[in-house]
Design a protein around this ligand. Structure first.
Ligand code: GLU
Length: 456
């Protein structure tokens, strides 16, 4: 299922691609020159770490923790050949970045996307460290991926690509060391192939080798509720935070950017609570219906056709109209850096609930802030996925299968606690919610470092 609308991403290898990323406070931190960061202010890694450093400055985080957290521990890149169905061979590039493991094993998804770069993976791994800390699961942060368009390969080609990638990184992952999961472009079937390949390679029958990865199919060690978990977490966060901005969930209107796993589940669960989806957009186009788009029917349409275009229950609109559609809540649930200054100027909403990782650039965020639009930051809002991944891992390790009600209830507890810690930090430091969420995450990391110390 496609998960993204057209992105205008920027990274070190694509320096001038993104608009709207004028150098701001985030781009100027002295740690960037100390660590030799890329100078491009549109670089995603510089932007993400920059936001964290603002929080670190505000709470007076010690300098040594700032430099440790500003760089990942390990950056692994692999190149591997795979036989295509027509008998030819192609070389693929894969990544695994292990950002930090002070709080527990590295944890984070695998992105299968034709445009994935090392800097993207570094940013996403960094965000996982922050997210796991904030939502209170005993993990550090990691992320990986393969530079591949999964929709352009047959099932058997994808199986060979995924199994060969697993072989290439098998010595770098493990159920107690680094536990991947799905992300954009990867799904439960891919996770099953990874778990199966790893089990063969590790030859450790009896030690739950399938706990090396989460987001597996329920038939093979997966958890009930994992597929919808990120969307469920977005909704749990909204239920918790909307009263602060005077919006009622059951009468709320929303729009969704990206109708893949996160967007569609957020849409369906919000609709089941009485909210109305007015517009959505993905890589096939944008659609609107002021009377409400049925998210369940649309998800079915996307499953069959690959995108939202052509859905009978709505009218096609253009991209600007999509952003300008008046709603209470706007949910970016596609790729990074999609809400830059121009989109932020167009948005007509009270709240942006970040279902995707890093969808708002710092420049975009300044515009939203100036316009009085509240941003629920990704490390809070989309932490439901990794939380249920943690539950899956616990179930694997203890040979249990939890009921869906238990998964949902435990997830809700984590989301409420993370929202509360974020609100408390905002009150204490008088900052926006993104900075507050980073502060709450950094507090936990700083406590762990203060008792662990730094070896030797
Ligand atoms: N890829 C998801 C995320 O960005 C889930 C990661 C996981 O479950 O480990 O949060």
């Amino acid at each position: 299922m496609p998960t993204a609308s057209p992105a205008r991403k920027s990274s070190a290898s694509k320096p001038a691609a993104a608009k709207g990323g004028k150098p701001g406070k985030e781009s100027d931190h002295p740690i960037f020159s100390e660590l030799g960061f890329p100078v491009d202010p549109n670089n995603l890694y510089r932007q993400t770490v920059g936001s964290m450093l603002q929080a670190a400055d505000l709470m007076d985080l010690p300098h040594h923790l700032k430099i440790i957290l500003a760089q990942p521990k390990n950056e692994i890149m692999v190149n591997f050949p795979v036989k295509m169905d027509d008998g030819t061979y192609r070389l693929f590039k894969g990544y695994r970045v292990q950002h930090n493991n002070a709080l527990g094993p590295f944890k984070g998804g695998l992105r299968f996307h034709h445009d994935v770069h090392l800097d993207d993976v570094k940013s996403l791994a960094f965000l996982m460290t922050m997210k796991c800390s904030l939502v209170g699961v005993p993990y550090g942060g990691g992320k990986g991926g393969i530079k591949v368009d999964p929709y352009k390969h047959s099932k058997s080609e994808m199986e060979r690509i995924v199994r060969r990638f697993t072989t290439a990184i098998a010595h770098q992952i493990g159920p107690d060391y680094d536990i991947p999961a799905p992300d954009v472009g990867s799904n439960a079937q891919h996770m099953a192939w990874i778990a199966d390949t790893y089990s063969f390679l590790s030859e450790v029958g009896g030690h739950q080798p399938e706990a090396v990865i989460t987001g597996k199919p329920v038939e093979f060690g997966g958890s009930l509720g994992r597929e919808k978990a990120t969307g469920q977490g977005v909704v749990d966060t909204l239920v918790e935070m909307l009263p602060e901005v005077g919006v009622e969930i059951k009468s709320c209107k929303f729009s969704v950017l990206g109708f893949g796993n996160v967007g569609s589940w957020t849409g369906k669960i919000l609709q089941d609570k009485g909210a109305k989806m007015i517009a959505t957009m993905d890589h096939t186009g944008a659609i609107r219906n002021d009377g409400g788009i049925d998210a369940h029917q649309l998800a079915e349409h996307v499953r069959k056709t690959g995108g939202v275009a052509g859905f009978k229950g709505a009218t096609r609109i253009d991209k600007d109209e999509f952003y300008k559609t008046k709603v209470d809540v706007f949910v970016p649930a596609a790729l990074e850096q999609m809400i830059q200054e121009p989109e932020a100027q167009l948005l007509n909403c009270k709240v942006v609930a970040e279902g995707a990782n890093a969808p708002t650039t710092p420049a975009g965020e300044r515009v939203l802030e100036a316009r009085g639009i509240e941003v629920l930051p990704a490390i809070l809002c989309n932490s439901g996925g990794v939380t249920v991944s943690y539950f899956e891992w616990v179930q694997n390790k203890t040979c249990q299968q939890w009921e869906l009600n238990d998964v949902d209830r435990e997830l809700n507890k984590h989301m409420i606690a993370a929202a509360k810690r974020t609100r408390d930090a905002r009150k204490k430091y008088k900052c926006n919610l993104r900075t507050a969420a980073y502060i709450a995450a950094l507090e936990r990391l700083a406590s762990a470092y203060s008792v662990r110390g730094i070896f030797p």
